[in-house]
Design a protein around this ligand. Structure first.
Ligand code: G3I
Length: 347
């Protein structure tokens, strides 16, 4: 495959055609959609080949680690913005926008911050200071902020810093005051597929959104992570379309925030694996992009060199093979997933 590509590149005509093939950014722009990608400071440094490809395929960047508490808050007193500023500099230099991820989450917390061990007034004060300082620092530079990440547990609201709906409402109000222009988002996973467990999660999310909106929280969008896991549950277009309609009916925008493929249940064979992952992404995007409230599509990594799945006890493959979760392979060549996303954008 690579040989054939090199042979092709030898002819000036073919080289021009390849260079002119529009990237995902141009395809998304043509239909009024913002397409984005996640990257970390470490990935930008370790894989410089990613940089021009991100500019080709993304109009927005989500820093993958740099806006999480464990990076921003080395101790209770200080804020370390340097890693996030490095990703922001790359982003703005490439004419891309920034997405903020995330102000309130139960993971990626520094050792000094254990929400369960903190008395309620101290927890509230700690969250308020963090949200006002971080959202205030980036004021005017963030297109949308994941104010609250993963609030849905297996039975309604998850235990942790966001188990109290009034604290969630407050978090949105603090973020709104600190950055009046950013779209404020609730972001969660396992809202995409068609089994009863995800039905339950969708229902819990709808209830939470209703409750927050009724209480006056300035929620602007629902973020659907879309870590799509083929064979973990069936895809059901009608159920997904209904859910998106229900969310849009509340007056909210919808952002797809972390699209990738969790390939742990797929066969080892690379062609079969890539084809099945790409097919699920195509099915998902056919429904998602058909809903006018879906304004943004962010991928959680462009190349397989970025695969977080390998470091996750849950998402990694049992046979030890490297995950093939992203649109480009480790050599930065386009995979069927890239073409599935491009096809969905063109449709
Ligand atoms: O960089 C250090 C490395 O120096 C060290 O040797 C190694 C040892 O564990 O850890 C490395 O840091 C890890 C980092 O990823 C970079 O690989 C952290 O331990 C690990 O916790 C961190 O995981 C990230 C995770 O969020 C927690 O922040 C994943 O990369 C990132 O993809 C994942 O992203 C989440 C979203 O925020 C929310 N939705 C789900 C998504 C996937 O889990």
């Amino acid at each position: 495959m690579r040989l054939a590509r090199r042979a092709l590149l030898g002819t000036p005509l073919a080289a021009t055609a390849l260079a002119q093939e529009p990237g995902l950014r141009a395809l998304a722009e043509a239909r009024g959609l913002v397409i984005g990608n996640m990257v970390t400071r470490g990935q930008l440094r370790d894989h410089p080949a990613l940089q021009p490809l991100l500019r080709r395929d993304a109009a927005l960047i989500t820093p993958g680690l740099e806006l999480k508490w464990d990076t921003l808050r080395p101790d209770p007193e200080s804020f370390n913005f340097a890693p996030a500023e490095e990703v922001a500099a790359f982003t703005l230099a490439g004419g891309m926008d920034l997405r903020g991820h995330t102000l309130v989450w139960h993971e990626a917390l520094p050792r000094w911050f254990d929400p369960a061990a903190m008395p309620a007034p101290q927890l509230r004060a700690t969250l308020e200071r963090h949200i006002r300082t971080v959202a205030g620092h980036f004021q005017g530079r963030i297109a949308s902020w994941d104010v609250v990440n993963e609030p849905i547990g297996e039975n309604g609201l998850r235990d942790g810093p966001h188990s109290d709906p009034d604290l969630i409402r407050q978090a949105f109000l603090w973020a709104r005051e600190a950055d009046p222009g950013a779209r404020l988002v609730i972001n969660d996973y396992d809202l995409e597929l068609g089994d009863r467990r995800q039905d339950g999660r969708r229902t819990a999310m709808l209830r939470l959104l209703e409750r927050l909106l009724r209480a006056g929280a300035p929620v602007g969008a629902l973020g659907i992570q879309a870590h799509l896991a083929p064979r973990s549950a069936p895809f059901d277009a009608a159920r997904l379309a209904r859910f998106l309609r229900d969310v849009a009916g509340m007056g909210l925008a919808i952002e797809v925030t972390e699209l990738d493929i969790v390939d742990r249940l797929l066969p080892a064979d690379i062609a079969a694996r890539d084809a099945e992952g790409a097919a699920m992404a195509a099915d998902f995007l056919r429904v998602a992009l058909d809903q006018p409230a879906v304004r943004m599509l962010v991928l959680w990594g462009l190349s397989d060199v970025q695969a977080w799945q390998q470091d996750s006890a849950f998402a990694r493959r049992r046979d030890g093979l490297p995950s093939r979760s992203h649109p480009l392979d480790r050599e930065m060549a386009k995979k069927p997933l890239w073409h599935a996303i491009a096809g969905a954008l063109r449709a």
